[in-house]
Design a protein around this ligand. Structure first.
Ligand code: PLP
Length: 363
């Protein structure tokens, strides 16, 4: 079956098979990787390789640290203001969907959250033009969500450049659902963070890519375990890290490198997205996606059938055809196809064919 879940999401079969093969014993080491101490040479090697490979995959510059943490993206949404802003300091948020709002919710207890721009009044179907953003001169950072997983809205090359220009204020971006899906100029960002469970591996580990000088900021009074600088010093092993998830992330990153890296995934993503939006747009209103064409997500394609009564048969027939997890998020209803790096083009072709066939049979 092809699994269109938004996350935890599909993983490459070869990665799962390798993990299965190595589950009982990792490389003649006498034990499974889940049984080795995180301080032992076996796991240290796994962790170091995962970081080196991720740096290669994403072209992460040396002046950026990479942290591997637990707690998911939501925890980073709280740790970012704690680490990068003074108590009560202004921070700017550009809200283009549900996850921008969760980021604000986590930051609010610690900082003066300002909404620099929001597309909520229009139902999060667009990204406010850069010249409408009301940025604060005294902001500790500007936060955006690179790809809104539920609303299907993605920052595309913006005003002709690949990241919005916010001057000298660090740009912090939630890349949970689009990380490693295309070449990104990391140097345009202060922080990039992402839960692993869409493009990087299984749920349970979170990647934080942070410009090293930002870790010198005093931030706010906080426990050591909430301190990014301490995590860096402790090589993301202040406490027992999620070793299995880290190992799986490493296998998946190796797979992405072997497949051709982010440029190849950008090519595949463009092809997959064009296939699905093509069927939707050519359906004469039978299917509908309401997001402004210029910012439609290449990763998550929400769509609606023209008659809600068809939702149930669509889902049950899709499932019978081996097309899983197409039900839309409860906040929006309708359908959503998540087409991350591990979703093959054939899976999207199968869905596109099914959608055309369904329309003919029920039209
Ligand atoms: N940000 C985005 C863009 C997401 O898609 C998600 C989860 O789907 C989150 C944040 C929350 O991530 P987590 O569940 O890892 O905390």
């Amino acid at each position: 079956a092809f699994n269109f879940s938004a996350g935890p999401a599909t993983l490459p079969e070869s990665v799962l098979r390798q993990a299965q093969d190595e589950m009982l014993e990792w490389r003649d080491s006498g034990a499974s990787i889940v049984e080795h101490s995180h301080r032992g040479p076996e796991f240290i090697q796994v962790a170091a390789e995962a970081e080196a490979d991720l740096r290669t995959l994403m072209s992460i510059p040396a002046d950026y640290a990479v942290l591997f943490l637990g707690g998911g993206a939501t925890t980073q949404q709280a740790l970012i203001p704690l680490n990068l802003a003074a108590p009560g300091q202004a921070v700017d948020y550009v809200v283009t969907g549900h996850w921008g709002k969760t980021a604000i919710k986590q930051a609010k207890p610690y900082v003066d959250v300002r909404i620099a721009a929001t597309s909520e009044a229009g139902g999060f179907r667009d990204i406010p033009a850069r010249d409408s953003w009301q940025l604060s001169a005294d902001a500790a950072y500007v936060h955006i969500t690179a790809n809104e997983t539920i609303h299907g809205v993605e920052f595309r090359p913006f005003d002709g450049i690949d990241a919005p220009d916010v001057g000298d204020v660090p740009l912090v971006a939630d890349f949970s659902s689009s990380i490693a899906s295309e070449p990104v100029d990391i140097s345009k960002y202060g922080v990039i963070y992402a839960g692993a469970q869409k493009n990087l591996g299984p749920v349970g580990i979170t990647v934080v890519i942070v410009r090293r000088d930002l870790l010198e900021r005093a931030g706010q009074p906080r426990a050591d375990i909430f301190n990014y600088a301490s995590h860096l010093k402790g090589e993301s092993m202040l406490n027992t890290p999620p070793t299995w998830n880290w190992y799986m992330l490493g296998l998946n990153v190796k797979w992405m490198l072997a497949e051709g890296g982010v440029a190849e995934f950008a090519r595949r993503s463009a092809e997959k997205a064009a296939l699905l939006y093509g069927v939707i747009d050519a359906s004469g209103g039978y299917y509908r996606n309401e997001v402004a064409a210029a910012v439609r997500s290449r990763m998550n394609v929400p769509f609606f059938l023209h008659d809600e009564a068809l939702d149930k048969p669509f889902l049950s027939e899709a499932k019978a055809a081996g097309l899983m997890a197409l039900k839309g998020h409860r906040a929006l209803g309708g359908m959503r196809a998540s087409i991350y790096n591990a979703m093959p083009v054939e899976g999207v072709k199968a869905l596109a064919d099914f959608m055309q066939d369904f329309k003919q049979r029920h039209g």
